[in-house]
Design a protein around this ligand. Structure first.
Ligand code: M6R
Length: 608
């Protein structure tokens, strides 16, 4: 999502803006740019890729000046190229703008401006704004912006500066976030407070339809009709870390609660108006797909667990054999890979050393490599043939949560896309599954309403020495993720088992009050897992079951039941993992562990 920062004051504008843009990186972006009024000219630099590319440019040739605007762009209209990056400017580079949002009537504005003689440099919807401000500018920037706003339809947060007005910054909010910080003779506007807090804690929370205007030391707020709005600043008590946590006690909690929104993002960004998945960053043709006779999904930890579910989906939809493996094993296993193999790597960070080494090895052997990653421009993303970004936003907590659910959604979308291209599923089935996937964001929200129940389950198990997670079919892969969550943040020994394997050894470990989390979401295996629950309960286990809400008979066999909404079997893990994340979270708190930074672990494992 685009992020904007604007600055007018006594500091070096470029320093404040670059620092602010770094704080907004979590929003996801593919290019960045900045405009600073320097030596009576607008100095504009913009680059596709990470903010570091822009920072390198500025390090070589520093930008001086006290007025500027900056932007991180998440491409919607036009490719993520240097030229399409913001800030955009008018014909003589005397006006620059940054925009977050979408201008719906940009085509008609563009036509009108082209008739006026304007030459467009970019494919963006945003460039029209710069030319419109220019069209209406007669020495009064605020008036020109107001006239421009009358012409725009859509959602926007804007920052506007002009070469002729060195002490003036105009910013606008309509249906996109914008906060304004007021310091000692300075104004900083940004897409969220994290970009502001290092400079001031006094902020105006702008409402939709408001313009903030700083000129010659005065700051005023207007509505779109031009009436002055009286508003008080709010003094924020929070520090930067608290602000980044968005009011949650821990990043993990924030990230668990972000899942409805990020799953929606992952899905909706790739589905067009006809209800078809468009994987524009994956260029595998139908012919190439037909040649692929084996798929490997390789990853580590939680990402590997997501890969296990991806394997089920690809085999079920695409009907190609899939081998899911752990990167640290796979890299030394001398796997049979050739030009007819597709290697799918899954990695939140895109930097995991073992996964990266598999990528290089697979490419050496001629395989095509597709990565599913969360971090734009990461090593794995850069070196892969095709990339699918999960768009989960930054995941700070070491325990992976939203990355996991969006990885599964991503792998399922890839599976559906491959399957419809190959003709291995019908359009009706494709529509059905996709329709069910679109219900996931609201269903995850519903699961989150059961947070208190998860907390009380955690209260019952946090003092146990061990816990067991059981499942059958894809619930077995999910059990592995549940167990990993509990052990990594609460330090309780936890193991996952295929429920049918219990009686071949593990059941010997069950004693009075041993917590057993039995996942029972797979319809055709429901009675089987219920039998396994009976087996452990008969030996004294405290059984917590996660089941779909229509399966109330599970209550006869479990001590506690956590219900999830009804959905298709293949999608159930995306809902059923959420209570397990919350149980682990509360167990960690109850044990006094450092939830976000568990001992001995790092977020990104860049060593073998
Ligand atoms: O960044 P990656 O997805 O490649 O990281 C892989 C694992 O290290 C990671 O999933 C790890 O298992 C989780 N932090 C556990 O919650």
């Amino acid at each position: 999502m685009c992020g904007i920062v604007g600055y007018l004051g006594k500091r070096n504008a470029a320093d404040v803006i670059m620092d602010g843009l770094a704080k907004l990186e979590y929003r996801g972006y593919d290019s960045a740019g900045i405009a600073v009024l320097s030596d009576k000219k607008l100095d504009i630099r913009k680059h596709s890729g990470k903010l570091a590319v822009l920072a390198e440019d500025l390090a070589k040739d520093r930008m001086e000046g006290n007025l500027g605007i900056g932007h991180t762009r998440w491409a919607t209209h036009g490719e993520p190229t240097d030229v399409n990056s913001h800030p955009h400017f008018n014909k003589d580079k005397s006006i620059a703008i940054v925009h977050n949002g979408i201008i719906e009537n940009y085509m008609e504005l563009r036509e009108e401006l082209v008739e006026d003689g304007v030459e467009f440099l970019t494919q963006t919807d945003s460039e029209s704004i710069a030319h419109l401000v220019d069209k209406y500018y007669e020495g009064n920037l605020l008036d020109a912006v107001k006239k421009t706003l009358n012409r725009l339809r859509g959602a926007y947060a804007l920052g506007v500066i002009a070469k002729d007005s060195p002490n003036e910054l105009v910013a606008v909010r309509k249906d996109c976030p914008l906060v304004a910080g007021v310091g000692n003779g300075e104004l900083i506007v940004a897409s969220d407070v994290t970009a502001i807090l290092s400079y001031t804690k006094d902020v105006y929370y702008l409402d939709n339809g408001e313009i903030i205007h700083a000129k010659d030391g005065k700051i005023k707020i207007y509505d779109f009709e031009g009436n002055e709005v009286q508003k008080e600043t709010v003094h924020l008590e929070m520090d930067l870390e608290t602000a980044s946590k968005g009011g949650y006690d821990y990043f993990m909690s924030k990230e668990v609660h972000e899942q409805p929104a990020v799953i929606k993002e992952t899905l909706e960004r790739r589905i067009n108006d006809e209800g078809t998945i468009v994987l524009d960053s994956i260029n595998i043709t139908k012919e190439e797909l037909e040649k692929i006779n084996r798929i490997y999904i390789v990853a580590c930890g939680t990402a590997y667990h997501a890969g296990l579910l991806g394997k089920h989906a690809i085999e079920q939809f695409v009907k190609v054999p899939v081998i899911a493996d752990i990167a640290s094993e796979f890299r030394y296993a001398d796997p049979i890979i050739d030009e007819n193999s597709l290697v799918i790597l899954v990695s939140q960070s895109g930097e995991t050393a073992d996964t990266l080494s598999v990528l290089r090895e697979a490419k050496k052997k001629g395989a095509r490599v597709l990565s599913v990653t969360n971090v734009v421009g990461s090593s794995i993303a850069r070196e892969s043939d095709d990339v699918f970004y999960t768009w989960a936003g930054p995941e700070i907590s070491v325990a992976s949560t939203k990355a996991y659910t969006t990885q599964i959604v991503s792998l399922y979308m890839i599976a559906l896309d491959f399957a419809i291209k190959k003709g291995s599923i019908s359009r009706a089935y494709y529509d059905h599954v996709l329709g069910k996937m679109l219900e996931l964001p609201s269903q995850v929200k519903e699961v989150l309403k059961g947070e208190q129940q998860c907390k009380s389950v955690a209260e019952k198990l946090y003092q146990s020495a061990s816990a067991f997670y059981l499942g059958r079919g894809i619930d077995c892969s999910l059990a592995m993720e549940g167990a990993l969550k509990l052990k990594e943040i609460s330090y309780i020994h936890a193991e996952a088992f295929a429920a049918g394997e219990l009686k071949h050894g593990t059941i010997a470990l069950i004693e009075k009050n041993t917590p057993v989390i039995a996942i029972a979401t797979q319809e055709k295996l429901f009675e089987k897992i219920v039998s396994n629950m009976q087996e452990v309960r008969a030996r004294g286990a405290y059984v917590i079951s996660i089941a779909e809400k229509h399966n109330t008979s599970v209550e006869n066999t479990a001590d506690d039941v956590i219900y999830i909404p009804n959905t298709d079997d293949i999608l159930a893990p995306i809902l059923a993992v959420v209570p397990m994340q919350l149980i682990a979270y509360y167990a960690s708190i109850l044990k006094g562990c450092d939830v976000d930074k568990p001992r001995n672990l790092a977020k990104s494992v860049t060593v073998e």
